[in-house]
Write a protein that binds this ligand. Sequence first.
Ligand SMILES: C[S@@+](CC[C@H](N)C(=O)[O-])C[C@H]1O[C@@H](n2cnc3c(N)ncnc32)[C@H](O)[C@@H]1O
Length: 371
Amino acid sequence: MDAWMVHEIDAIDLFCGAGGLTRGLLDAGINVLGGVDCDPACRYPYEKNNRIRFIEANIEDVHPDELRAMYDNGRVRLLAGCAPCQPFSKYSQGRDLSQDGKWGLLYHFSKLVKALQPDLITMENVPEVVRHSVFDDFVGDLRKRGYHVHYQVMDCRLFGLPQSRQRMVLMASRLGEIRVPEPTHNVASFRTVRDVIGDLPPLKAGEQNSRDRLHVCSRLSELNLRRIRQSVPGGSWKDWDPELIANCHQSERGRTYRSVYGRMSWDEPAPTMTTQCFGFGNGRFGHPQQDRAISLREAAIFQSFPPEYEFVHPDSPVHMKAVGRLIGNAVPVTLGRAIGKTLIEHVCLTSSQICQSYASQCPKPLAAEHS
Ligand SMILES: C[S@@+](CC[C@H](N)C(=O)[O-])C[C@H]1O[C@@H](n2cnc3c(N)ncnc32)[C@H](O)[C@@H]1O
């Protein structure tokens, strides 16, 4: 690479969703040029909060030339992407996924890499992805094309996320050796449920806060209200009177399934946010104290979206399912920021000249600076 280029990083975010990864990269100082996603519900949050172009398209239909035209020659080009994880998640193990259309999306990512030849690549997915041949093919292809590749399962709590979430992060570079981010936190400094939602206004089940439409939680049936009143933080349906326990949990198989209908603990990180995290029966998604499931705002905060991040146009209703999907699917902003910072440090370490805007993040003394 020409030593006199200004090495700022330009990124395109494939499968950008509502913008969790994009927001993290932006926070780190990366210039995100646009995001691509086929779900029209992503447009409003993506554009409104990040002021970046949203391309509504199926990745399979995007012509590489359209993306190539967005990159500015002379800058470091990053292709970021978080292909949908459903085909790889542990909930789909054992199912025949060969017919699943999403299965091939990583191959499509590879095709875009081949066509665009970005300098840097980052990809995030569920840890189980590494057990599948599609992942081996993806990595093999990158290495064949001359990329240095490193990937690792990352515990998001070690990066300051107030949520227990394991994610496989892959980073690849044509500029030199690269490694995934190093943890910034330890068990003693884990952020907790209390740290991040302890001050939010209280809600009753089914209520919506008048100032923040996203601080809204699901209604509970009379039976589920009785159940949550008997739920203890960190516990499960095992804590209830026998007549409240669902038939499916009384069977031999159901008895082992304990991590549903639980309350969170104030002094621990939240459990993994899913697309269904607004439902009391869908996991340990009960509020630690109030008799309700967590609100969408609380879920977004556990995913480290800024408290003012908007997901729905002010004139549109807030649909729990639609917004829950955007939030549960997101790459936590905190993780995106850690990835972005690592990429900037990597560019600083592998380039002889760096631009002034990255100077404060450069881990080595600056030889010369551009402005
Ligand atoms: C795991 S989510 C990505 C989350 C996003 N990176 C974020 O941080 O908010 C996967 C996304 O892929 C999108 N998607 C699924 N199939 C797609 C396709 N064929 N083309 C484009 N986007 C697709 C989904 O709509 C979803 O938003």
